[in-house]
Ligand binder design. Structure first.
Ligand SMILES: C[S@@+](CC[C@H](N)C(=O)[O-])C[C@H]1O[C@@H](n2cnc3c(N)ncnc32)[C@H](O)[C@@H]1O
Length: 319
């Protein structure tokens, strides 16, 4: 396995190397694009890229408004990443020794990594994920790990045979089924998508619990629901919660949408990601699952599996 000096050397030709579309980088661009889509980039989304390398993916996220934090133990990889993302925040850290270094106490909306996790052995990977969930994920945050990976033990063995000439025995490629069982034993649920013949993406959400301390009555009967790319009309309207814009779609459905979910031009907007303005009516002392937080509101699920927004002040968060 390469040390940081080895990666310094590799940084000179890294971007050409990944273009070759050979193992372990078969489908590299598709993998990175799928990861970008899963991030659901919006303005001011705080994204930590671990093992950021030359920063190609993070630069695309920065263009979509994300605030980029990058970690790598190679000074030369970071040097290239910095030129691509002048407004990024960077930290030269060996993750296997010092976790996130000076970023260790920060919260992030997304903690992502691409083609990095195979540098950590199984215990180090689990340790990293546990720490990230407990210390560094915001409410609604996600860990998204893209890497050389196979779904089942059988797929892993097949991969080992097919790619035997380039398979590096010193690296820790992922067998998702085996790894997800270990995560499960630690109380961590995950999802997985196989993207190419040799790479997949693992997604881990952090779901908080809360209890309603004040009742809330949903305000709108037919709230607006949009998909990514929906065209909208926007209206300036007074609201006690800043950060929301009143939107109307082509079928005259209306509702508040977070401003950072929108690309706005004059009175028109395009949604940057899917959004549902549904609110949830609650009584006092209801136990709720909390999936997201936006400008003074939580996106929640009640015991009847109904979802909706509730003002934060009505909920006591269980940490
Ligand atoms: C194969 S490259 C992937 C780079 C980039 N994320 C991509 O998708 O192309 C792995 C990166 O992880 C970094 N890396 C490897 N081990 C590391 C460690 N223990 N701590 C921090 N960075 C590490 C390397 O310097 C390198 O930039």
């Amino acid at each position: 396995m390469l040390d940081n000096k080895g990666f310094d050397e590799w940084s000179k030709i890294y971007d050409e190397h990944v273009e070759e579309d050979k193992f372990p980088f078969i489908g590299y661009k598709k993998v990175l694009f799928s990861l970008l889509e899963l991030v659901e980039p919006i303005n001011d989304l705080k994204v930590l890229d671990v093992g950021i390398g030359t920063g190609g993916l993070a630069a695309d996220l920065a263009k979509r408004g994300c605030l980029i934090y990058g970690i790598d133990f190679s000074a030369m990889m970071l040097k290239t990443a910095k030129t691509r993302i002048p407004n990024g925040n960077f930290n030269q850290v060996d993750v296997s020794k010092n976790y996130l270094g000076s970023f260790s106490n920060q919260k992030f909306d997304r903690i992502i990594s691409s083609y990095f996790s195979h540098h950590l052995n199984t215990n180090q990977k689990i340790d990293f994920i546990q720490k990230a969930i407990n210390q560094n994920l915001s409410i609604g945050g996600k860990i998204i790990i893209a890497d050389i990976a196979f779904y089942s033990k059988n797929d892993f063995k097949n991969g080992q045979n097919i790619f035997s000439s380039s398979w590096d025995q010193d690296e820790y490629y992922l067998c998702y089924k085996t790894f997800s069982k270990l995560l499960n034993q630690e109380g961590i649920n995950s999802k997985y998508n196989q993207i190419s013949d040799c790479a997949g993406i693992m997604i881990i959400d952090k779901i908080y619990q809360g209890k309603s301390i004040k009742e809330y009555q949903a305000s709108y009967n037919n709230p607006i629901k949009v998909i990514k790319g929906t065209k909208l009309n926007t209206t300036k309207k007074e609201s006690e919660w800043p950060g929301w814009i009143w939107c109307t779609d082509s079928n005259n459905y209306e509702g508040w949408i977070p401003e950072r979910y929108l690309q706005i031009e004059n009175d028109m907007a395009i949604s940057l990601r899917a959004y549902n303005a549904k609110e949830l009516t609650i009584t006092i002392n209801e136990i709720l699952h909390i999936y997201d937080e936006e400008c003074g509101w939580f996106w929640c699920k009640n015991k009847n599996d109904e979802y909706g927004w509730i003002p934060k002040e009505n909920i006591e968060l269980k940490i």
